[in-house]
Design a binder for this molecule. Structure first.
Ligand code: NDP
Length: 399
């Protein structure tokens, strides 16, 4: 029996709220707080049964969050607002000795750059306070790191080559939309790509390396090499990794529209003066694009996200591919969300459950792969994200 405070009532927040409410033996009291309270109210109404209380909070304001925490006294705060709120929410957790978790690492608002260094710097303070912060417990980061930990524990003596592959083969029927917060999504894609090879990061121009990769039950899709945050913690926690890359699929139309938006300056995060007021083009663009939480209805097709690994077991080379396919329509039927929000929100709920049940415990700041993957892997299928594996077959990414 535990109290959980969820911050953020967008696409992911809605899934976390639905999933926590379905496990009342662990999440006995749930408070969903966000900037626009009416959005939290709508989710609470959809869940029904007075299972979720709601509140308004500006999570950039540490004092406001502290006051909210002091009034509700949660055992754990789940941050599914935006990466900008990670540090203020961690400060509020430190001040109130509350456990913290999130699904995306911190980014400064004025620089499109995400790195763990800012959050890792909180380790000693969390340790001294006797509380834990669990970073990156969505799907990627999140399940992809847990898959890697599971592979390392059960299948390899040494992981050497890691390719994380993320395909969304769904169709939402909109001219252009992003599957998670548009501002964060576009910042991620338009920055330089990066991968790890032989002990160093190799930087590439945005979207400049791509190739078709075949995905289970989907087929070949053009996949682009991007930088993704779990690469940073995985190469640190698995120093035997010689090369780590992250691939994501994009349709040609998405890329064409994104290129146009970029060329006309709509993806810029530098303020421009408009009718005497400073506005940030990317934030204005976010305001005109569909919200991720609105894409669920009528979304068809599947996502497929997994890890393709090559390494050594008992002196012999072996390959391992582990993945989940998630159907947009099935996700919508379960909790009224599209698969990208679903694949993020389900692991966030289960990570929270691992902490509250004491299966993952510690004092300090941790990435998910630092904990035993087994109890998480034993349950993730039951909550909607079953996994598949292939051993010693040619890896699609290497074909
Ligand atoms: P949405 O834009 O749908 O939702 C964001 C929510 O955060 C909104 O309810 C928004 O409120 C709220 N919010 C923003 N700023 C504040 C603030 N200052 N105070 C309080 N609430 C605030 O985004 P998503 O649900 O798609 O994404 C949520 C998070 O999940 C993001 O950090 C994203 O990067 C992460 N993510 C992680 C993935 C993974 O696999 N690890 C995959 C997909 C997403 P309002 O409605 O008022 O704007």
């Amino acid at each position: 029996m535990a109290k959980v405070l969820i911050i953020g009532a967008g696409g992911v927040g809605s899934v976390v709220a639905h999933k926590c409410a379905a496990v009342p033996e662990v999440f006995s009291e749930i408070l969903l707080a966000t900037r626009t309270k009416s959005k939290a109210d709508k989710i609470a109404e959809a869940v029904g049964g007075n299972k979720i209380k709601t509140a308004q909070v500006d999570a950039d304001n540490v004092e406001e969050t502290i006051a909210l925490i002091n009034s509700f006294k949660p055992d754990l705060l789940i941050n599914v607002a935006l990466p900008y709120q990670d540090l203020p929410l961690m400060d509020a957790c430190l001040a109130t000795k509350t456990n913290y978790m999130d699904t995306a690492n911190y980014e400064p608002k004025d620089e499109a750059k995400f790195e763990y260094k800012w959050q890792w710097a909180y380790h000693d303070r969390f340790k001294e306070a006797g509380i834990m912060a669990l970073l990156g417990c969505g799907f990627d980061p999140g399940v992809t790191s847990i898959y890697t930990a599971y592979a390392a524990k059960h299948h390899f003596d040494e992981i050497q080559y890691l390719d994380i592959v993320d395909c969304n083969a769904g169709d939402h029927g909109k001219a252009f939309a992003t599957n998670f917060n548009p501002e964060i999504n576009i910042r991620e894609i338009t920055q330089k790509g990066k991968y790890w090879e032989n002990g160093k990061w190799i930087e590439i121009d945005p979207m400049s390396i791509h190739k078709p990769i075949a995905y289970p039950n989907i087929g070949e899709r053009e996949s682009y090499l991007l930088y993704h945050e779990e690469l940073e913690s995985l190469v640190k926690n698995y120093p035997s990794i010689k090369r780590a890359r992250f691939w994501m699929t994009f349709g040609q139309k998405y890329i064409t529209v994104l290129n146009v938006l970029q060329e006309v300056g709509m993806t810029s995060i530098k303020p421009v003066l408009y009718e005497g007021k400073e506005i940030i083009p990317l934030q204005f663009l976010k305001a005109v694009l569909p919200e991720p939480s609105s894409l669920g209805e009528g979304y068809k097709g599947e996502t497929s996200i997994g890890c393709q690994i090559r390494g050594i077991k008992d002196g012999k080379e072996m390959t391992y591919y582990i993945w989940n396919n998630c159907d947009h329509e099935a996700a919508f039927k379960d909790v009224g969300a599209q698969a990208v929000s679903y694949t993020t929100g389900v692991p966030a709920m289960l990570g929270a459950k691992m902490i509250l049940e004491g299966k993952w415990k510690g004092a300090g700041v941790f990435n998910v792969e630092e904990f035993d993957p087994d109890p998480f892997m034993a349950e993730i299928g039951k909550y909607g994200l079953p996994w598949n594996e292939q051993i010693n077959e040619a890896l699609p990414v290497e074909k």
